[in-house]
Design a binder for this molecule. Structure first.
Ligand SMILES: [Zn+2]
Length: 235
């Protein structure tokens, strides 16, 4: 089920892929997105498998490509509209869904964890800093980050004006595509924002568009979503 996982310092962080799910067709595998026209029964089964694998209910967001942060301490009835989910509870896991956007899993030894959806607009809106601020407000004195696979800086062609927007918050994110046109490396921008806040980063390699075991919107358009998930556990 997991393409990468780590348990350290009382925190379990994991990234899913396509393997281990029941979705069919364009969503083949462990699609966890309910908003991508897959069979909802299949998605519910996939979500229940993920909850079993992490050993706790998983809270998802209604992701909006902004910088809203939701703090949760129980499983909400409706997924909060946000792009960062923060919790201090060990009774639940928080998740971010992606198919090219950057999944960021934050944790603090003070018992605060967060899942962040950092796409291009979210990075520009400041979602990384907003999540770190919310964690600090809950008592996180030190935070470290895992940055999962996303579309790479060669595979994410954008118009020049869009690249300039991103470079405005993270100059390192300005790249060129495989064909030499303007492009962005959103993950490089995310890592730059984290580094600017003295947050150590573990960057899991891989480009979603180039890896068949992960969902990629830019490659396939109609496709599923994989997850980054983080949970406090007994150390
Ligand atoms: Zn790539």
């Amino acid at each position: 089920m997991f393409t990468w996982e780590q348990t350290t310092g009382g925190v379990h962080r994991a990234l899913t892929g396509r393997e281990g799910g029941v979705s069919r067709g364009a969503w083949l595998g462990l699609n966890l997105g309910l908003h991508v026209e897959d069979d909802p029964d299949a998605v519910r089964e996939n979500r229940s498998r993920l909850a079993a694998a992490v050993g706790a209910p998983v809270v998802y967001m209604d992701q909006c490509h902004g910088a809203e942060v939701a703090v949760v301490d129980t499983v909400p009835e409706v997924a909060p509209s946000a792009d960062a989910l923060v919790t201090t509870s060990a009774e639940l896991a928080v998740a971010v869904l992606v198919a090219d956007c950057v999944p960021v899993l934050l944790a603090s030894p003070d018992g605060v964890v967060a899942a962040v959806h950092a796409g291009r607009p979210g990075l520009v809106a400041g979602v990384v800093d907003a999540a770190l601020d919310a964690m600090r407000d809950l008592g996180a004195s030190a935070v470290d980050a895992v940055v999962g696979p996303s579309v790479c800086g060669r595979c994410y062609e954008v118009p020049a004006a869009m690249r300039d927007d991103v470079a405005g918050v993270a100059p390192l994110a300005a790249t060129v595509s495989w064909t030499g046109t303007t492009a962005v490396d959103v993950a490089a921008g995310v890592v730059a924002r984290l580094t600017a806040r003295d947050v150590p980063v573990t960057w899991v390699p891989g480009c979603t568009r180039e890896r068949d075991d992960l969902y990629s919107y830019r490659r396939d358009r109609t496709t599923g979503r994989f997850a980054g998930v983080v949970r406090r556990v007994a150390s």
